[in-house]
Structures are given as structure tokens and as C-alpha cells.
Design a protein around this ligand. Structure first.
Ligand SMILES: *Cc1c(COP(=O)(O)O)cnc(C)c1O
Length: 398
């Protein structure tokens, strides 16, 4: 095992493994040992590692031009914006480099929108348990006290309400004149793969329209094929005014985007916001290859098959069905809530050559790439069942 990288700030509790290369759904460590990837770099490498179309696009672009800044027209940025427009119906795009930055853009946009209505201190409604990123604006929108703790003073202007609770939305609508927007993750990712109710989202859309609020969907994690469609709002039948994504958009190259339509698309003008790298030719070449692959190849259609194969193997190899309290999520955003302790699950997965992750404290978050075969998915599901059986045995249960 390599020495701990001591010049790195210890912000992550890292697993004792280093990968040197990858292919599809498999990563190889420094000893050449293969690992089945159930993490996808946290919902980033949705097309798998070293996808040929992405590799070709970024190597070709890297040999021509990497960066110019947004002082100039960028043909590839225009092209990706056009792809996103035709895929989502959003009208204007702001490119940045991460999910947190996409959220920051949306927060600024929503405040502008509020000011344009004469609101002196525009408020944004956000959900308890939500995750929107680590920068201060995004952190202030985040409803996870553990992540926020110790970083005050946070930004004002956020009203945190419980998820799936329309009554608290209606109470704010009745009480306040200063709300500009509601921002939600349609499926809370870091919070433990917790989908919002379809009916709640539909009602939220109604309330936003009635009250003149913007509805903002943070699809940083749910987007780019992860849930079986380019963006999950398409499946939910609820269209936001502002749509944010990042993670899978570049399949590993850093790119994020804040998309907007209607009045929301008109809020940010010259000099109002910026990013030095945002939407540079190299990252846009990656995003273009990702979006083209998602739309031209029958790949998102695999999400349900892979999910089914994984869950079928999980359920058929589990010693006692009661060990699995709940399975949540959509497509390849899979939350398995075991009825066992979860502290050793990731380490046991690693020992078996399976990459897993825990989200929301007690949920196994499985995020396989769309290119995983059904055999590999079965192997992953069986492996997870084996780990849970073992944990239960240790707990003297099964
Ligand atoms: C990961 C994530 C973010 C933050 O993205 P970064 O690229 O890490 O800044 C924001 N929102 C959601 C829903 C996420 O899953």
C-alpha cells in the first residue's frame, strides 16, 4: 500500500487503495487487481472509465486547444449549450466547473430574480437533508447540519423546510412576501438516495407558478443518464425553471452548468457572473461526447436492466429478506438501506474487489456506470448480499 499522501489536507477519509487505470466498469489498483466499480467516481463516470468516444474527443481537443477564456466565443461551448437546449427545453446556459458552482450561479440568479420583483432580501426555500455543495452559498443551502457545523456565519436568505411536506411550503407562502425560489434535488443523493414524492414535486411546481417563485432542480447527481434519462425531471413530468447539473456531464472532466428558461433565463447579464475556465474547449469536448453518446447510443435504456440484475442478485443471495429494510432510487442511483450496521461495509467490499459507498449515514449508495454488464451487476448484487449476510452473522442475527 502507498504511504498516506501527507501533503494533502485530510478532508477525506480515504480508502487504502490507489487506481492506475480503468476500463468500463472496472478499475485496476497498483498491483493490477481489478475492482468492480459501484461508485463511478461519485456519479461522474456514468459512461464508464476510458469510454472510447470521450477519450477520443478529449485527446483530439487537447492536441488542438485547451483554453481561451470566456473573453472570446467558444464554438464547443455553443455546441454543448445547443445540445442541452434541445435535450431539456432550457433556453440559456451558464457554464462552470462543478456542482457547487452551478448551485452558486442559481443562488445568484434567484436573488437577481427577487430583486427584479422589488424584494429587498430575497429568500430561497430549501430542504432539510439536502446537499448542494461545499462552497459557502451552496453550503448555506445545504440542509445537513454535520456538513455546515463550524463554518458560520453562513449566508442568510435560506428557509429550510422538511422534504415532502407541502404544509410548510404553504405556510411560508401565506406568511412571506420575500420568497424568490424553491430549490430541491428530485432525488436526494448525499442524503441517502431519498426520492421526493412525485406528487409533492407536482404540487411544488403548482405552488411556484401560483406564487411567482422559481423552481430550481439540482440535478448535479441525478442527471446525465444516471437515472435512465438525460435528466430525471423528464421522468417525473415536472419541469423546473432552472436546472443544474455537473458530475456526469464531463465523465470526469470538470464541468457544471446552470440552465434556465423563461424569465429565469433573463436574469444574468454582462458582468453579472463569470468563471475563468467555465465551459472551456477541453471540458466542452468531453461534455459534447457524453451528451452525443447518451442520445445516439442505446445506453440509458440499460439503466433499468442493470438495476434489475443487481437487485435480483441481491435479493436472491440475501440470507434473510429482513436484512434489507428498503431499496430506493431510480435507474442507477440505488440506495440500499440495510437493517444492519453499515460501518464495515465499504471496507468489506474493497476486500472483495467491489467499490461501494455509504450515503446519508446508513444507506449503501450504489452508482454503477451505464456500461456495466448484467453479469457484473449480478456479481455486485451478490457481493453486497454476501457482505450483509456476513455483517448479520457477526451481529449474531442470521
Ligand atoms: C455532488 C453534488 C453537488 C456538489 O458538486 P461538486 O462538484 O462536488 O461541487 C451539488 N449538488 C448535488 C445534488 C450533488 O450531488
Amino acid at each position: 500500500m502507498p504511504e498516506a499522501p501527507t501533503a494533502i489536507m485530510p478532508t477525506y477519509g480515504r480508502l487504502p487503495v490507489t487506481f492506475t487505470h480503468g476500463e468500463g466498469a472496472v478499475l485496476y489498483d497498483t498491483d493490477g487487481r481489478p475492482y468492480l466499480d459501484g461508485v463511478s467516481g461519485i456519479a461522474v463516470t456514468n459512461l464508464g472509465h476510458q469510454h472510447p468516444r470521450v477519450t477520443e474527443a478529449i485527446t483530439a481537443q487537447a492536441s488542438r486547444l485547451v483554453h481561451t477564456s470566456n473573453l472570446f466565443h467558444i464554438g464547443l461551448q455553443e455546441a454543448v449549450a445547443d445540445q442541452l437546449r434541445s435535450l431539456t427545453g432550457m433556453e440559456k446556459m451558464f457554464f462552470c466547473n462543478s456542482g457547487a458552482e452551478a448551485n452558486e450561479a442559481a443562488i445568484k440568479l434567484a436573488r437577481r430574480f427577487g430583486h427584479s420583483k422589488g424584494v429587498a432580501s430575497p429568500q430561497m426555500i430549501v430542504l432539510e437533508g439536502a446537499f448542494h455543495g461545499r462552497t459557502l452559498g451552496a453550503l448555506s443551502a445545504t440542509g445537513n447540519q454535520k456538513i455546515r457545523k463550524g463554518f458560520g456565519p453562513l449566508l442568510e436568505g435560506f428557509l429550510h423546510v422538511p422534504p415532502n411536506d407541502l404544509a410548510s411550503i404553504d405556510a411560508l407562502a401565506a406568511d412571506r412576501e420575500d420568497v424568490a425560489a424553491v430549490m430541491v434535488e428530485p432525488i436526494m443523493g448525499e442524503g441517502g438516495i431519498r426520492p421526493l414524492d412525485a406528487d409533492y414535486l407536482a404540487r411544488l411546481r403548482e405552488r411556484c407558478t401560483q406564487n411567482g417563485w422559481l423552481l430550481i432542480f439540482d440535478e448535479v447527481q441525478t442527471g446525465n443518464g444516471r437515472c435512465g434519462s438525460t435528466y430525471v425531471f423528464e421522468q417525473l413530468g415536472v419541469t423546473p425553471d432552472v436546472l443544474l447539473t455537473a458530475k456526469g456531464l464531463g465523465n470526469g472532466l470538470p464541468i457544471g452548468v446552470c440552465m434556465a428558461k423563461g424569465e429565469a433565463a433573463e436574469q444574468l447579464g454582462p458582468g453579472d457572473h463569470g468563471s475563468t475556465y467555465g465551459g472551456n474547449p477541453l471540458c466542452c469536448a468531453a461534455a459534447q461526447a457524453v451528451l452525443s453518446t447518451l442520445t445516439e447510443e442505446p445506453i440509458m435504456q440499460q439503466a433499468e436492466r442493470i438495476r434489475d440484475a443487481l437487485l435480483a442478485a441481491l435479493h436472491s443471495h440475501i440470507a434473510d429478506p429482513a436484512l434489507i429494510a428498503e431499496v430506493r432510487g431510480r435507474g442507477l442511483m440505488i440506495g440500499i438501506q440495510p437493517d444492519t450496521a453499515t460501518d464495515h461495509i465499504v471496507a468489506q467490499g474493497l476486500a472483495k474487489g467491489l467499490l461501494l459507498n455509504i450515503a446519508g449515514g446508513d444507506t449503501i449508495r450504489v452508482l454503477p456506470p451505464l456500461v456495466m454488464s448484467t453479469e457484473q451487476a449480478g456479481e455486485l448484487g451478490q457481493g453486497i448480499a454476501g457482505i450483509l449476510n456476513h455483517v448479520a452473522q457477526q451481529e449474531d442475527r442470521a
